[in-house]
Design a protein around this ligand. Structure first.
Ligand code: GTP
Ligand code: MG
Length: 227
C-alpha cells in the first residue's frame, strides 16, 4: 500500500495525518473489520472526554460524536487513518452509574473481547479526567492491561478546567499512582488543544515500528531448516 510505504516504512518520516474515515461500528468480534494495519484503542470512563480527545487528535470537529448525554458510545468504532495505514479504535465508555447492570456487563464483555482478541493492537490510550481520582474501574482496566502486557498511554484530559498551577499539582499527585502504567501521562485539553502534538507523537510511536537499529543483528548461520 503506497501510503503505508511512504509513512510507515523504514524512513524516519513522521506519520502525517492526511485523512481519517469512519470504518465500521461493531459489537461482536464477527463484525470487526478484518485484521490488517496496526490499531490503537482509546478507552475511558463514560463522559471523560474520549470522543472530544479523538476529534482533537484527528483535527476533525465531528468525526466522533460528542455527547450531551453520557454513555452514548455503545459500540466499538473503528476509524481508518491515511487510507487504512493504521486504525484508531474508540471503545465504549465504562462506569456510567445510570446504566442498567445488564448493559454494563455487555460493555465489559465488548471491551474485554476486543482487548484480548486483536493481535494487531499496538497499545491503548486510557483517558482520565485530570480533576478526578482514578475510579476502581479505571485502575482495574489499567492493571488488567498491564497483566496482558499491553502498552498504555495515559491522557489526563479537561486540563483547561484547571489553572496551569493546579494542573501541574494534580499531575504531581497522580503521578505516583499512575507511573507503573505510563511514566509520562499527557496533559490534554480538547478545548485548547493542549497536548495534541504530544498525543499524536505517542500515537505515532505505537503504530510505527521502531526504526531498525544502526547495527543490524548478525546474520544467522545458513541452515537447512531440518535441524
Ligand atoms: N472543558 C472541557 N470540556 C470537555 C473536554 N473534553 C470533553 N469535554 C466535554 O465533556 C463532555 C463529554 O465529552 P465526550 O467527548 O462526549 O466524552 P466521552 O467520553 O466520549 O463520552 P461518552 O461517549 O458519552 O462516554 C462534553 O460536554 C464535552 O464538551 C475538555 O478537554 N475540556
Ligand atoms: Mg464518546
Amino acid at each position: 500500500m503506497a501510503i503505508m510505504d511512504q509513512y510507515l516504512g523504514d524512513t524516519a518520516m513522521p506519520l502525517v495525518l492526511h485523512d481519517a474515515q469512519f470504518l465500521t461500528a461493531a459489537v461482536r468480534p464477527a463484525s470487526y473489520p478484518p485484521l490488517g494495519p496496526p490499531e490503537v484503542a482509546f478507552a475511558g470512563r463514560s463522559n471523560v472526554g474520549k470522543s472530544s480527545l479523538i476529534n482533537t487528535l484527528l483535527r476533525r470537529k465531528k468525526l466522533v460524536r460528542v455527547s450531551a448525554r453520557p454513555g452514548c458510545t455503545q459500540q466499538i468504532n473503528f476509524f481508518a487513518l491515511n487510507g487504512d495505514a493504521c486504525r484508531l479504535v474508540d471503545l465504549p465508555g465504562y462506569g456510567f452509574a445510570k446504566v442498567p447492570l445488564s448493559v454494563k456487563a455487555g460493555w465489559r464483555g465488548m471491551i474485554e473481547s476486543y482487548l484480548t482478541g486483536r493481535p494487531t493492537l499496538r497499545g491503548v490510550v486510557v483517558i482520565l479526567d485530570i480533576r478526578r481520582e482514578p475510579s476502581q474501574e479505571d485502575l482495574m482496566l489499567l492493571e488488567w492491561l498491564k497483566s496482558l502486557g499491553q502498552t498504555v498511554v495515559l491522557a489526563l484530559t479537561k486540563a483547561d478546567k484547571l489553572s496551569r498551577n493546579q494542573a501541574a499539582s494534580r499531575l504531581a499527585k497522580l503521578r505516583p499512582v499512575l507511573q507503573t502504567f505510563d511514566e509520562q501521562p499527557v496533559l490534554f485539553s480538547a478545548l485548547s488543544g493542549q497536548g495534541r502534538e504530544e498525543m499524536w507523537a505517542r500515537f505515532q510511536e505505537l503504530v510505527e515500528p521502531p526504526a531498525p537499529s544502526a547495527e543490524p543483528p548478525a546474520m544467522p548461520e545458513e541452515q537447512d531448516g531440518r535441524g
